[in-house]
Every structure is written in C-alpha cells, then in structure tokens.
Design a protein around this ligand. Structure first.
Ligand SMILES: C[S@@+](CC[C@H](N)C(=O)[O-])C[C@H]1O[C@@H](n2cnc3c(N)ncnc32)[C@H](O)[C@@H]1O
Length: 223
C-alpha cells in the first residue's frame, strides 16, 4: 500500500458491522469523500455553531480539558483524517486510530506521520481490544454516523481503565426536519446529552459544552 504501514485489521470486528452499515458509513468508503473530508472538517464547526470555530479552537478545548500525556494509550474512534489522533500523538500518547474506511485511513496516514499512531481498520462498536486497557477514547462526530451509537459508547466505556477519559463531540438531537431527513436518508442518529449519559452509568460527566446542536463532553471512568 504505497509503502505505508498496513492497517491492523480484525475481520471478526469488521464483519459484525458489514451487514448493517449506514448510508453515511458507506459514503465514507469512497476515495472522493475521504479526499475532501478535512476541508469540510475545518469549516464544519463554524457553520454548525454559527460562530468562529476553527480547528485551533477545538484543539485548545480538547487539550485544556483532557490533557493527554506522554506514554498514555488512547483510541480515536472513526479517525477520518486523523485530526484527534494527531493531537494525541503530538502530546506523546500512543494512539490506535481506527476507522471502517480504508480510504479515510490512507488519507489520515498521509496527513499524520507520527510513529506513535497505529492505523487500524476496526469497528468502534466492537473493537476486540482488551477491557480497561486504555487511558482515553476520543469520538469526534462518529457517534452520529455509526450504526448503533449506544453500542459504540458502551464499547468505549469497556475499554477505559479506572480514571480513563472519554471525549465525545457530536450533533445533538433538535427534533427538526433536517435531522429527521438525514436520519431517514443517511441513517444518521442524533442523541441528546441525557441519552448519552444514560448509556454510560459507570462514568462521570465532568464537562459539557453545547453551541447550537454541537456538543462536546468529557466523561471519566469511575475508579
Ligand atoms: C464524521 S467522521 C469523524 C471525523 C473525525 N473523528 C474527526 O473528528 O475529524 C466519521 C468517521 O467515522 C467512521 N466510522 C463510522 N462508523 C464507524 C465505526 N463503527 N467504527 C469505526 N469508524 C467508523 C467513518 O468512516 C468516518 O471516517
């Protein structure tokens, strides 16, 4: 694969999702979607929040609240262009950056060259990674696109060691017609913060920031 490191791949984990991919998940398999993703990502939060929200602002928010540290082990679920994986590796953490889309992983691998990142073709709803093996998990907007967001959150909670952190960024339910249409046509899911919390009984929500429908949350696994 162009001299790049091959992805880690757990067939069992991928197969469990293949029968039930959402339209959004399938669209992310296309090389054209992968090629254009980061330029959308750089502008998306400004459009969705209605205020200036470049990636640098999200970076500051994440690093200030989560403080990833050298030597820690993190998982970035649905890494796409590798944005969160790059931040984590920049802080010295080891990262498994997973996605269902080989095209996304190829783009991400070109953008982020840190040896601290392991690129993995894995389903975030069933990673096959060991219980309590991670210091942190990031889920940047993957919650809206995955087939079963509750399964994805439960999987993240399973992977966290006591005191481990979960960072989630997602579009919350607003009950409007656009979200209704996106759910019907794209298979997207919009949870609200109370529904996210319900799925994570063993975690404490330490931070919640909502700007229009864009929500950032930090949760910590109980000790
Ligand atoms: C909205 S993008 C997320 C972008 C990225 N986290 C960020 O913050 O820039 C969603 C990504 O999640 C991937 N994805 C969707 N469902 C997934 C799953 N169950 N497991 C792993 N990746 C998934 C898609 O292929 C896509 O690349």
């Amino acid at each position: 694969m162009d001299g790049m490191t091959p992805f880690r791949q757990l067939e069992e984990s991928l197969n469990s999702a293949s029968a039930a991919r959402t339209a959004a998940q399938r669209s992310n398999l296309l090389p054209v979607t992968a090629a254009g993703y980061m330029s959308w990502r750089e502008r998306s939060l400004t459009l969705l929040t209605g205020s200036a929200f470049p990636l640098s602002r999200e970076t500051q928010l994440f690093l200030r609240l989560c403080r990833p540290a050298a030597g820690q082990a993190w998982l970035d679920v649905g890494t796409s262009g590798g944005y969160y994986a790059g931040l984590l590796a920049g802080a010295g953490a080891h990262v498994i950056a997973c996605d269902l889309s080989p095209a996304m992983l190829r783009v991400a691998q070109r953008r982020e060259s840190s040896p601290l990142i392991e690129w993995a073709l894995l389903n975030g709803e069933a990673t096959g990674l060991p219980d309590a093996s991670l210091d942190g998990v990031t889920v940047g907007a993957t919650l809206n696109e995955t087939h079963d967001p509750r399964a994805l959150l439960r999987e993240a909670a399973r992977l966290l060691r006591p005191g481990g952190q979960l960072w989630v960024m997602y579009l919350a339910r607003n009950g409007g017609p656009w979200q209704e249409l996106l759910s019907r046509l794209g298979g997207l899911t919009f949870l609200d913060p109370a529904q996210v919390r319900e799925v994570l009984p063993g975690l404490e929500r330490t931070d919640l920031l909502r700007m229009r429908d864009v929500v950032f949350e930090r949760h910590v696994q109980s000790r």
